[in-house]
Design a protein around this ligand. Structure first.
Ligand SMILES: [Zn+2]
Length: 277
């Protein structure tokens, strides 16, 4: 324990806040160096607090944090980007909060996920610059890849055989598209239209800015949203909270984190979490 510095500096995006006591708040941050962590800001709800405004959900801030026995404490916070255009727009604000919630739910504290912080900044920057809602599908696909759940969109997930350009099953439990021959053993899913398949493949092949400029009508947008939502719900219910959690905890334990109570407490009660306020 003695080799861990008592304070650390990092930069991160505030994912959510929950208020405690009369004037304190606990903020969940996804950061470039520390991954996800919780820390408390003392007195931040008082009008004179110098950190007030720098710790709002969906703010990118430079942070100084002191390690505490049970909970770390913010000692300084300075906004890098306030994402004001996102805040002023209901739809883009909701999309950004959804992406922040996905980052929160797919991760546990202090676990390292290379590429995830950059991906989070990429979607926030895209939404801030006015990208259409559909850019969230690109974020979802890339998030799955970063987290080790890359969807198989180019061949049958079960047999590896080629896919023809017809309506095709997207199976969350199989982890991608399933050919007609394998459909019976795929464990359910949703039939995707040919144009939805093409859009998903394109979304994964290009960056967010390029994907944001694709014209997608409302029906197709809804189809894609529902299909990706089902995959993500499946993974969050079946994987992240069970097998991956166990893997990640065992990695944490091997790293000999002095106080394992925080990640354990957090992850045993996932449904009680507050959301971005
Ligand atoms: Zn097959």
């Amino acid at each position: 324990m003695s080799d861990r510095p008592r304070t650390y500096k990092t930069e991160g995006v505030i994912l959510r806040r929950r208020n405690v006591g009369e004037a304190d708040s606990i903020f969940t941050v996804y950061s470039d160096r520390e991954g996800k962590f919780d820390a408390v800001a003392r007195g931040v709800r008082k009008a004179k607090s110098h950190m007030r405004g720098h710790l709002e959900p969906l703010t990118r801030s430079k942070l100084m944090v002191a390690r505490g026995r049970s909970l770390d404490v913010f000692t300084q916070a300075e906004t890098v980007t306030g994402y004001m255009a996102i805040r002023d727009d209901l739809e883009r604000g909701a999309a950004a909060m959804y992406c922040a919630e996905l980052v929160d739910r797919f991760t546990i504290e202090h676990a390292d996920h290379p590429g995830l912080y950059g991906l989070l900044l990429e979607i926030l920057d895209a939404l801030e610059a006015g990208a259409a809602q559909q850019v969230v599908r690109s974020f979802e696909l890339q998030l799955l890849s970063v987290m080790g759940y890359e969807l198989q969109l180019d061949a049958c997930t079960l047999c590896g055989g080629p896919l023809v350009a017809v309506e095709t099953l997207l199976s969350p439990s199989a982890g991608g598209l399933v050919c007609a021959n394998c459909r019976g053993s795929a464990g359910g899913g949703r039939m995707l239209s040919v144009r939805a398949l093409k859009v998903l493949r394109y979304a994964r092949a290009v960056d967010m800015a390029a994907f944001a400029s694709v014209r997608i009508d409302a029906d197709l947008g809804f189809e894609l949203q529902r299909a990706m939502g089902e995959v993500i719900r499946y993974l969050l219910d079946h994987e992240v909270l069970s097998s991956r959690y166990v893997d990640q905890v065992s990695r944490l334990v091997r790293r000999a984190v002095p106080s394992a109570e925080t990640p354990l407490e957090r992850s045993t009660a996932p449904d009680e979490r507050d959301h971005v306020q």
